[in-house]
Design a protein around this ligand. Structure first.
Ligand SMILES: CC(=O)N[C@H]1[C@@H](OP(=O)(O)OP(=O)(O)OC[C@H]2O[C@@H](n3ccc(=O)[nH]c3=O)[C@H](O)[C@@H]2O)O[C@H](CO)[C@@H](O)[C@@H]1O
Ligand SMILES: C=C(OP(=O)(O)O)C(=O)O
Length: 374
């Protein structure tokens, strides 16, 4: 362990005191993630022929952001932790690889934001840690000062250079200040509530949810609504771009988590979407949107913004090429196969291989089989 963590030549850390055995991590499907994974799809594109009516059942995969946090948290445990329903995504494979080697794989950590957060469990477990600074989507500065101040408040000495290092001096008594929110007053901002107000019929069931949009015979468009992104249980910033893509009536979307999570607006405008951004607020103008988009070549600039382009083009007629889909692949498992199952015409074109693959035949899903033992 000491040697793996001191493999940074600039590190001055001494051997950490081991209190627990080195964790063994086994991903049954991907014993070692290749760090080339993230680059492999740079040349791929999604080709979407929009306008088909989508209907059917889709099984939701496990969430990337939950899986990353739980994978990291498992470092705090001795013995075996078994995680199920872990999506097979470039980010989860990268995290498995980081945990597997427990080397300061700067290249890996720099590509995913979650990688940085191994710093807490490692510090708790070994007394010191060296990790690369976080990567992830380029959706503004994404500072980590609060996390660092938290580690310091717990007694850690933290140095931030090209690497983030934390060396425990003592675990002094400390307090975490939790602000209690009035959950009931925030609940009305949830997306389901908004969709229901906009005209969707939503039937929550025990383990699934049935959702029907307004039929085309009745106008097809959702009524507009105004929404502001907020921490849980408000509308998450991770749903803001996709929500924007759905709107075809006058609406206002305010982004309050990041100062700039609007990279998708410029790409949606290339389709002909009538949108304007003022600061961190987007104004969606009425009827011109939705089904009247025209085909175009666009690029995903981040994960959720990329997904908003897919949704916008599925809803309107014409053919579109979306590049930059390695961003989308970070968060959506088996995207094309799920969409094809409900009637979408979507193909992946891998420019390296020079052909498009059609997923109308369902590919084997790893949803229930991707299991990590830690
Ligand atoms: C609360 C929230 O909605 N978090 C979202 C945020 O997480 P992410 O982990 O990126 O951001 P955080 O939850 O850490 O930060 C939320 C806000 O606090 C600020 N901040 C955070 C840490 C810090 O040390 N200093 C600081 O100023 C950030 O600039 C941001 O405005 O983006 C992720 C990817 O889209 C989403 O999955 C998360 O749901
Ligand atoms: C931006 C996202 O991921 P990350 O924090 O890993 O960049 C996301 O999940 O929407």
């Amino acid at each position: 362990m000491a040697s793996t963590f001191n493999s940074n030549p600039n590190s001055t850390l001494s051997s950490p005191a081991l209190s627990l055995p080195h964790p063994k991590i086994h991903n049954y499907e991907n014993p070692r993630m290749l760090s080339s994974d993230l680059h492999a799809k740079w040349d791929a594109k999604l080709i979407i022929n929009g306008g088909s009516r989508l209907s059917g059942h889709v099984s939701l995969s496990g969430s990337k952001n939950s899986a990353l946090a739980i994978l990291e948290a498992a470092l705090c445990c001795s013995g075996t932790s078994k995680l199920t329903n872990v999506s097979n995504l470039s980010d989860t494979r990268m995290m498995a690889s980081i945990l597997y080697s427990l080397e300061p794989e700067l290249s890996g950590i720099a590509k995913i934001r979650g990688g940085f957060f191994v710093i807490g469990p490692l510090l708790g477990r070994f007394g010191e840690a060296v990790v690369g600074l976080p990567g992830g989507c380029d959706i503004w500065a994404r500072p980590i000062d609060i996390y660092i101040r938290g580690l310091q408040a717990l007694g850690a000495v933290v140095e931030v250079r090209m690497w983030a290092c934390a060396k425990e001096s003592k675990w002094a008594p400390s307090y975490l200040l939790l602000q209690l929110l009035d959950l009931a007053s925030l609940y009305h901002t949830s997306l389901l509530d908004k969709l229901s107000g906009a005209g969707c019929k939503i039937f929550p069931r025990h383990s699934n949810l049935k959702l029907s949009a307004i039929p085309a015979s009745k106008g097809g468009d959702l009524r507009g609504f105004n929404v502001r992104t907020q921490p849980y249980p408000g509308l998450p910033t991770d749903l803001q771009p996709q929500t924007m893509a759905l709107l075809s009536s006058s609406s206002i979307i305010e982004e309050s988590v990041f100062e700039n999570h609007m990279g998708h607006v410029r790409e949606l405008q290339k389709f002909g979407a009538k949108l304007e951004v003022c600061g961190s607020t987007a104004l969606v103008f009425g009827k011109e949107n939705g089904r009247h988009f025209s085909g175009s070549r666009v690029a995903a600039t981040d994960l959720r913004g990329g997904m908003s382009l897919v949704l916008a083009r599925l809803a309107s007629e014409g053919t579109t090429e979306i590049s930059g889909i390695s961003h989308i692949d970070r968060g959506y498992e088996n995207l094309e196969s799920k969409l094809c199952l409900i009637g979408a015409d979507i193909k992946r074109q891998d420019l390296n291989k020079g052909h498009a693959s059609n997923f109308s035949t369902p590919v084997r899903t790893s949803i229930t089989e991707s299991t990590y033992d830690i």
